[in-house]
Design a protein around this ligand. Structure first.
Ligand code: ZN
Length: 392
């Protein structure tokens, strides 16, 4: 009896043991079949705003192999156009069990703003001249209207010759910073250049002369005639140049036929200038200059009389000590340029004769200005008390 009971007990123990083993195997099987996921690429990413992002996805382990299975469901709230923290979730479910992994993505503005200087990055000024701050403009990949946040630090001292820097700094709202600088050279002029233009205005050439002077920030002098449109004389005046009188007709046989005739002609051009600009000009240049001999063909000795008579009427006449030769037949802009630069002298006022009616002069002007600037000449406009470079 005891034996039988004992036998039944050990049978139950075996069943329990088998059951236990079965549960263990089942658990091991289920665990081995549990979804396994692996991310490709970094789990934490920081990317620049408004750029492209390629999600490399995740892999699933199936039958012992990692594959990019379609059974992986990914979900993303990524917005590349807005700064923020985002997630991409990769999930897989199996027998009611699910597993997921998460990629964290930070979208940030990682790009520096761009700065562009208004005007030249390399400036030359003569001692005593004003430095005009032209500023800079900024653009950014994300932030708008940064122009007003540009900080400018300036140590330019135009009272002392030397090299200075103007520093421009801009920061976007994410703290990305860009710096730029402008070099300002303050120099003691070695001499003065007065660019003077006769015979205009003339449509087609005077505009270009004015454009060049404007972009080079140089003031010059125009000895005008009765030719060309009023609008060009007005522009010359508005852009700060000096207007002088060169005679109305520029016809030697009329202008120099008598003293009365000279003044009648001078008054005509004077009236024209006054009507256009509202101001009377007392700056005069004779056609052919004060030393011209052609006038003797019409009225011998007239120049001798006029050079003495004009100052009494409040006028000053201006000749030149540098001729561009552009009134004659110059073969090229280069020849005109050479005539000017080889005759410029340091330590004096150089009054340069040119004609804004000549297309070749227009072509030489920028180079002449570049030469003058590079050699530290000052450019000025003629005024009543300017050195008149008299020939006679
Ligand atoms: Zn002339």
């Amino acid at each position: 009896m005891r034996k039988r009971r004992h036998a039944r007990k050990s049978k139950i123990g075996l069943h329990v043991f088998v059951m236990f083993l079965f549960i263990c195997f089942a658990a091991i099987f289920i665990i081995s079949q549990m979804p396994q996921l692996k991310m490709l690429g970094k789990a934490d990413e920081k990317i620049n705003i408004n750029t492209h992002y390629t999600d490399r996805g995740a892999l699933l382990k199936e039958n012992g192999k990692w594959t990019a299975s379609k059974k992986i469901h990914s979900k993303s709230n990524l917005n590349l156009k807005k700064i923020g923290d985002y997630k991409i979730t990769y999930a897989y479910s199996f027998l009611g069990l699910s597993k997921s992994i998460v990629r964290k993505i930070k979208v940030r503005d990682l790009e520096k703003p761009q700065l562009a200087l208004n005007g030249k990055a390399d400036l030359s000024l003569q001692v005593g001249e004003d430095y005009t701050e032209l500023g800079a403009s900024a653009t950014d990949n994300y932030d708008k209207n940064l122009d007003k946040t540009i900080r400018i630090s300036n140590t330019v001292d135009t009272s002392k010759a030397g090299e200075y820097q103007v520093l421009y700094t801009v920061k976007d709202h994410s703290g990305n910073e860009t710096r730029m600088s402008r070099k300002v050279t303050v120099f003691q002029p070695v001499g003065v250049i007065y660019l003077t233009f006769d015979d205009g205005p003339r449509s087609g050439t005077t505009e270009t002369v004015l454009d060049t002077l404007k972009s080079e920030q140089i003031k010059a002098t125009f000895f005008v005639t009765g030719n060309g449109p009023d609008s060009l004389i007005l522009r010359e005046k508005k852009e700060g140049h000096s207007i002088g009188l060169h005679t109305f007709t520029h016809d030697y046989s009329k202008v120099y036929s008598s003293v009365a005739s000279y003044y009648a002609d001078l008054n005509s051009v004077s009236d024209r200038v006054k009507n256009i600009t509202g101001e009377e000009s007392k700056l005069v240049r004779f056609p052919g200059g004060s030393s011209n001999t052609i006038s003797n063909n019409y009225c011998p000795g007239i120049m001798n009389f006029l050079v003495k008579d004009l100052p009494g009427k409040g006028y000053q006449y201006f000749d030149w000590n540098v001729s561009s030769g552009d009134g004659g037949t110059q073969p090229s802009s280069e020849a005109i340029y050479n005539n000017v630069v080889t005759n410029l002298k340091t330590g004096r006022d150089n009054v340069v004769l040119m004609h804004d009616t000549n297309q070749l002069t227009v072509g030489a002007l920028k180079n002449i200005i570049d030469y003058g600037k590079a050699n530290h000449f000052a450019f000025k406009k003629v005024e009543l008390d300017t050195f008149p470079a008299h020939h006679f």
